[in-house]
Design a protein around this ligand. Sequence first.
Ligand code: FES
Length: 137
Amino acid sequence: MMHAIQEELGFVPHEAMQRIADALNWSRADVHGVLTYYHDFRTAPPGCHVLKLCRAESCQAMGSEQLEAHVANKHGAAMGETSADGELTVEPIYCLGNCALSPAVQLDGKVHGRVSSQRLDALLLQAKEQKTNGTGS
Ligand code: FES
């Protein structure tokens, strides 16, 4: 139910929690617990683009923390936040199954490996241009 709502809206609004609880005969606290336990659920609308930065061991060893700092400094979105212009949401993920190509990221659902700060800038620019041109997904 929560997955369906998030797929439709991009997040699960707080207002939906009581309805979900009623439908499942759960407490609102149970629903809140599930929503906040799993990293994939959002309780606020995401930005135009969602960047998931891998924080698992291999990617950490290969520089994911530097990528995280770069995104925060250059693109204005710290981990778990959306940039003020609403363009970018940055979320953690724990292994994309792409460890051989660490550091790995997932941008708008697509996995990329061996991502440097420069490559990440290029990927973000490309994603914005695709959206502007109407060629993005
Ligand atoms: S640790 Fe990052 S893809 Fe596996």
